[in-house]
Design a protein. Structure first.
Length: 278
């Protein structure tokens, strides 16, 4: 074997190879997101064509919401992928991260949809050994999703300081907050017997679209704000970066990060005390 085969690629070829790998990663994540978005369309039709209810709501409502939520999550990671540190992004760890994100997202939605087809719930359904096992696996899957999000955020913050520092800070903090607060609020959901704290007199008395209870504590509210820090903080950074100096825009990012964290933790405390948001 020629010694030339064992030599590193020339610098321009290394850069091209790394960029191609990054593009492949972004396309895989975005492809998974588009698939979930498209899947939400027939799921939406099933909400109106299938009259069965689970816990007082249409049986296909949860799969539909999760198809949109998980699709948005994957799309966001795809957009932010190039901001990750090359130490994570361009090695085997980057491939593992992508596989975990895609596999856990599809697993969760597959189980929710399969349970909906049977007219049964997925979350908190421990009526049989099978549903007990699957509920536990869903918990593990959720932990993996928020853990990979947190790791991605740390990677963004530790990446070389080039490009747009305001957006790097906003994206990194958004991922870190989404992962860490998602873990905390998710643990509260998993430790409870359901997403409500208290007994609602009228299950239909909820916030439109979101379905949050207006009568008792609802743990899903804090989890919602936690997970969507992933989109809210970069959006704030993008707006501030176009309207203020770098120093002021960075301050805005930090202030919004604190506000999101306080909002998530405050609504968590509110729910745990059995009080509704509205």
């Amino acid at each position: 074997m020629s010694d030339a085969v064992l030599q590193p690629l020339p610098a321009f070829r290394q850069g091209t190879t790394v960029r191609l790998l990054s593009l492949t990663a972004e396309r895989n994540l975005m492809g998974g997101a588009i698939f979930l978005f498209l899947l939400s369309l027939p799921l939406a039709l099933l909400i109106y064509s299938d009259t069965r209810l689970v816990y007082g709501v249409p049986v296909w409502m949860k799969p539909w919401k999760f198809s949109l939520s998980l699709g948005l999550h994957l799309a966001s990671i795809a957009v932010f992928w190039r901001w990750l540190s090359p130490a994570l992004r361009d090695r085997w760890t980057g491939g593992l991260l992508i596989r975990l994100l895609l596999a856990m997202s599809f697993f969760e939605l597959f189980y929710m949809a399969s349970q909906a087809a049977l007219g049964q719930g997925s979350h908190y359904n421990v009526s049989t050994p099978y549903t007990q096992l699957m509920f536990q696996l869903m918990g593990i899957s959720a932990v993996i999703l928020v853990a990979t999000t947190f790791i991605s955020g740390v990677s963004v913050l530790r990446a070389p300081a080039d490009g747009n520092p305001v957006m790097r800070r906003a994206i990194g903090l958004g991922l870190v907050l989404s992962g860490s607060l998602g873990m905390v609020t998710g643990a509260a959901l998993g430790a409870n017997d359901g997403h409500l704290v208290g007994i609602a007199g009228d299950p239909a008395n909820v916030v439109p679209l979101f379905g949050w209870s207006r009568e008792v504590g609802d743990l899903r509210i804090s989890h919602f704000f936690a997970l969507h820090a992933l989109q809210l903080l970069p959006l704030a950074g993008w707006i501030a970066g176009h309207r203020a100096t770098e120093k002021k825009a960075t301050t805005v990012v930090h202030v919004v990060a604190v506000l999101i964290a306080l909002l998530s933790l405050e609504t968590l405390g509110l729910a745990l005390s059995g009080r509704p948001l509205l």
